[in-house]
Design a protein around this ligand. Structure first.
Ligand code: SF4
Length: 213
């Protein structure tokens, strides 16, 4: 990474952390994904149940492997070979997990966390339930405000996730949201965390690299 790109990442990353702290979140900025993984590891204690919200960022950082190595019980509804009933049980157990680890669709420079879900498991867990919540976001997820957050989701994150999940929605052809209306629509539960939800223990780790969609 050249010096100018590093400057930009550090500057907006630190600004996002400052705003998140102002909104009551525990937050920190690290330059690399490896540093972020090390911070998450500190929360992964032997025997703990660890829920995963389905994040490509978390997957890319190898957090599942770190949790398994630490002796945690993994609650991953995307684990291969799960029957539908088993998947639902895991989704419900995630809501009361010891640690819930997630990415996010967007974080604003005003310290807000913005997500759009299909099932709603992630936005539910980010609101209330887990004993500890950890969100990891790359600088590519940082946007100026709520309007930019939803623009990012509609023009980038959701179409990318539709493609990743092979959903037959119009954004897969257009590359941008077409506000579809069918049963396969994955954009259903819209959430803005303007402040840390009361009663939650919530850490946000902002990383000076591009991570996930
Ligand atoms: S609302 Fe429909 S078209 Fe828009 S991003 Fe979501 S799934 Fe794609």
């Amino acid at each position: 990474m050249d010096d100018v790109a590093a400057w930009r990442n550090d500057t907006i990353g630190e600004a996002a952390v400052k705003a998140l702290k102002k909104n009551g979140f525990d937050a920190s900025y690290v330059k690399t994904g490896a540093e972020a993984a090390a911070l998450v590891s500190a929360f992964l204690k032997k025997g703990a149940t660890v829920g995963f919200g389905g994040s490509m960022t978390v997957k890319g950082l190898g957090i599942q492997g770190l949790a398994a190595a630490a002796g945690c019980e993994l609650l991953d509804h995307n684990a291969p070979g799960l029957e539908p009933d088993a998947k639902v049980k895991i989704l419900k157990r995630q809501l009361t997990s010891d640690v819930f680890v997630s990415g996010s669709n967007a974080v604003t420079l005003e310290g807000e966390i913005v997500n759009v879900d299909g099932t709603g498991n992630r936005v539910a867990a980010l609101s209330f339930g887990p004993a500890k919540t950890v969100v990891v976001v790359g600088v590519n997820k940082l946007v100026r405000d709520i309007d930019e957050a939803f623009a990012r989701i509609e023009s980038y994150a959701s179409p990318m996730n539709n493609k990743r999940l092979s959903r037959p929605n119009p954004c897969v052809k257009s590359g941008v949201c077409m506000d579809c209306d069918g049963d396969t629509r994955i954009c259903r539960a819209y959430q803005i965390l303007r402040k840390r939800p009361l009663g939650t223990d919530f850490t946000v780790i902002v990383v000076g690299e591009n991570l996930g969609y």
